[in-house]
Design a protein around this ligand. Structure first.
Ligand code: ZN
Ligand code: ZN
Length: 351
């Protein structure tokens, strides 16, 4: 960092300036790992420690790692879905085969996602290390937690995030919030993996709370959470979000093996019909509160269709759901959420 910038920060923001002060390798090792026998640790733990020693600044080290993890996992999962979509063989499992996404839409989506990542998430990710320290989460420390503890913590984060997302997402469908925030995400009535984070920056910030506040909440009660566990959780959560927007439901998709897993089939319907299916990972909130009634009615009609008429019935159902969705969206934009419930299933008309 240039001397002028450092002088400025030291004068006006000494706490921030401290975060840019780097140590040499020996100083870092003594400060961070003075009482740890690194030789006794496994390869991954030694590599983790070496990275923090090499960076010489834990705040920067955590910030860079968190940002890169997010970019690599998000695009690493979303791009293969674009490739799959370009291969006709896979179209037999496309949920809405009649809808096509143009190159212009893909570029627009990429630009919005990157803009949000760099302007909105990058500064916040840089604050991640100090916040983790504040809540007592281990960051540079080694060794890591046991596999069993990690699995239990991640299971809790999944359940918490799903609950948070369900209610926050329903809130975002309330008229003014929908109109000013959530509408952008619904531009895709047939979503693609890349569109998982195609959303207004405020929506990204609100819904990200479900992902990151679970770990911080956990830290209020127990002091045994390591940031590596949080990284694994974020990776799984990103995979879940991208896959839910993929637009594909394969016979080997997770929801066929875990009945309460939502999957693309569930969230795709939310984009197609605008209403129903508000949760992310699991189906229990929508099921318990009846916000999946239309989805089940649609699935039932599809299942009842004779094999030779299936494609025709499917196209009709998609058209009907899309029309109902457009009408429901129009009503929300006009006057609040209650109108959604007044749409008669199957007619697209208000009761
Ligand atoms: Zn929505
Ligand atoms: Zn979505």
């Amino acid at each position: 960092m240039s001397a002028v910038a450092m002088d400025f920060l030291q004068k006006y923001a000494p706490v921030v300036a401290d975060q840019f002060v780097s140590m040499n390798a020996t100083q870092t090792q003594n400060t961070l790992y003075g009482d740890v026998n690194l030789e006794a640790l496994n390869w991954l733990e030694r590599t983790w420690a070496s990275y923090y020693i090499w960076m010489g600044n834990p705040v920067l080290a955590t910030g860079v790692m968190s940002f890169l993890l997010h970019e690599i996992v998000y695009f690493g999962r979303a791009i293969p879905w674009l490739i799959i979509d370009a291969i006709p063989y896979f179209h037999q499992w496309k949920i809405q085969p009649d809808k096509h996404i143009s190159k212009e839409q893909i570029w627009k989506c990429t630009k919005v996602v990157l803009l949000t990542h760099f302007t909105c998430e990058l500064p916040l990710i840089y604050a991640f290390h100090p916040i983790c320290c504040y809540f007592g989460m281990a960051t540079y420390e080694v060794p890591f937690s046991s596999i069993g503890l990690m699995a239990a913590q991640i299971a809790f984060f999944f359940v918490f995030e799903d609950m948070f997302h369900y209610w926050a997402h329903r809130g975002l469908h309330y008229g003014p919030f929908y109109k000013n925030i959530h509408k952008l995400h619904h531009e895709f009535s047939a979503p693609i993996g890349l569109a998982a984070e195609y959303a207004h920056p405020l929506e990204v910030l609100i819904l990200a709370q479900g992902t990151i506040s679970g770990p911080f909440l956990y830290c209020l009660f127990r002091k045994d959470l390591h940031i590596l566990t949080v990284y694994i959780w974020i990776t799984l959560r990103l995979w879940q979000a991208v896959d839910a927007h993929s637009g594909y439901d394969f016979p080997w998709s997770l929801r066929h093996f875990i009945p309460f897993w939502a999957g693309a089939d569930h969230h795709d319907y939310h984009h197609m019909a605008f209403t129903n299916c508000f949760s992310t990972s699991f189906r229990w909130w929508d099921f318990s509160l009846g916000t999946d009634a239309k989805y089940h009615a649609y699935k039932k009609r599809l299942a009842a269709a004779k094999a030779n008429q299936r494609a025709k019935i499917e196209a009709e159902e998609h058209e009907r759901a899309t029309q109902e969705g457009l009408e429901a969206e129009r009503l929300v934009l006009m006057g609040g959420p209650n109108n959604i419930e007044k749409i008669k299933i199957g007619t697209g008309k208000k009761q």
